[in-house]
Write a protein of this length. Structure first.
Lengths: 177, 244
């Protein structure tokens, strides 16, 4: 193929590409479903604390959230708790909330008070006794963390840990925007 | 089957697929070494230096973009969290490392890029499969029979489209290799990849929209395609002039 034919071919491909971009812009990618993935609404749940206090996710609309799925026997969950507590104290005045969802269906709930005391945890610890939240969030690894913005949309998912202070700060700032 | 695949390679295990793809890519690049004129040891060194620069550069680029955050906990620049990473910064650093290594070892820059092309193509396949495992880069809802159920809807299997497109591109660049002038193999790969992304990004549901609904990734792919065409033509013209 000579140069002229090649240039004509390139031009035609680029024109077709530009037309395809314009055509594809009609398909709206906005998601209105709930799913444990960035860009979706955070799946709802209603859980209780050890003290019997009830928390429903929808009650926190208008606030930035970190939903942290954890267990006392999970070493990275333990390792990231001090950083989560520190960030909670630093950002709670700006409307940031931590909901630490313990996988109570596969954990010893009697160990939780000592765990909370050891790490000086002041945020609510919710008990997922039936595995309802774990199923809704399809938790396959622990810890699993979901950052949610005030509109209820998941802004970031972090699977595994421990999360560093820098990562927590970056994701919280993003969720607070 | 998809569910079993997603269970086995659930995040963070999905990264294993990328590592396997990179390993296979380096092996393919070694097999291709004779036709690109770059020795096997140099291919390994190029891949190694490029990878280290990708990791370090991606972290430094991320830290520079979030100076305020790292200023409060500077030690976290060494954190093991892979999420503190800027992929574009990493790719730029990787390319610079490859260019520096090739220059210091008297390997033509275009030869080096050609030599690593099978690696890039294999990583494209691994990226599609790892995204399929993690559920990332998901498609828009569809009622087509090959749609996959993901995130509470039947969707275009965009991750599979990406893996198939990358497989096809790898097969094409593998087939075209012997007669090309240095650089044309890599540029052909770039043009094919940009073209496939220009087409396939239209089916992604997690697109960033600009100018009232245009997908940013498609615009970037279009620019990359146009740039590849210009460079292919420049390389071809240079060949013709020399031949003349």
């Amino acid at each position: 193929m000579d140069r002229t034919h090649r240039v004509i071919l390139y031009t035609l491909i680029l024109i077709a590409g530009a037309a395809w971009i314009a055509l594809a812009s009609d398909a709206s990618p906005a998601e209105t479903l709930s799913a444990p993935q960035t860009g979706f609404y955070a799946p709802g749940f209603t859980l209780q604390t050890l003290e019997g206090e009830t928390y429903t996710l929808s009650d926190f609309k208008g606030q930035a959230l970190l939903i942290n799925m954890w267990a006392t026997w999970c070493p990275p969950c333990r390792a990231e708790m001090p950083a989560i507590e520190k960030m909670y104290r630093e950002y709670k005045d700006r409307g940031f909330v931590v909901l630490a969802v313990n996988s109570a269906f596969q954990d010893k709930t009697q160990d939780i008070p000592a765990f909370a005391l050891e790490y000086g945890l002041t945020f609510p610890i919710l008990l997922d006794k039936a595995g309802e939240a774990s199923r809704a969030y399809r938790v396959a690894s622990m810890p699993s963390s979901y950052f949610v913005n005030p509109q209820g949309l998941i802004t970031e998912v972090v699977i595994g840990g421990p999360m560093s202070e820098a990562l927590l700060r970056a994701r919280i700032e993003e969720a607070l925007k | 089957m998809l569910e079993a695949f997603q269970t086995i390679f659930a995040p963070p295990r999905h990264m294993i697929l990328l590592i396997i793809a990179a390993w296979l890519g380096v092996s393919l690049a070694e097999r291709n070494s004779e036709s690109t004129g770059v020795g096997k040891a140099d291919i390994n060194n190029l891949a190694f230096h490029g990878f280290i620069a990708f990791v370090v550069g991606g972290r430094i680029s991320y830290a520079l973009q979030h100076m305020g955050i790292f200023g409060k906990s500077p030690a976290d620049i060494l954190s093991i969290n892979p999420d503190l990473f800027d992929p574009l910064g990493g790719i730029a650093a990787g390319f610079i490392a490859v260019l520096v290594y090739s220059q210091r070892n008297n390997i033509g820059a275009w030869n080096a890029m050609d030599a690593l092309t099978p690696l890039f193509a294999a990583i494209g396949i691994g990226l599609g499969l790892s995204r399929l495992a993690s559920g990332g880069a998901f498609g828009i809802p569809t009622d087509l029979p090959w749609g996959i159920h993901l995130w509470n809807a039947t969707r275009h299997p965009t991750q599979i489209y990406d893996a198939l497109a990358s497989s096809l591109i790898l097969a094409l660049v593998w087939r075209f290799k012997p007669s090309l002038r240095p650089g044309l193999l890599f540029l052909t790969f770039s043009a094919l990849t940009a073209f496939s992304q220009l087409v396939l990004q239209a089916f992604r549901a997690d697109a960033i929209l600009i100018f009232g609904g245009i997908r940013q990734s498609q615009v970037m792919a279009w620019v990359a395609l146009a740039t590849s065409f210009v460079l292919i033509e420049a390389r071809s013209s240079s060949k013709n002039q020399k031949a003349g």
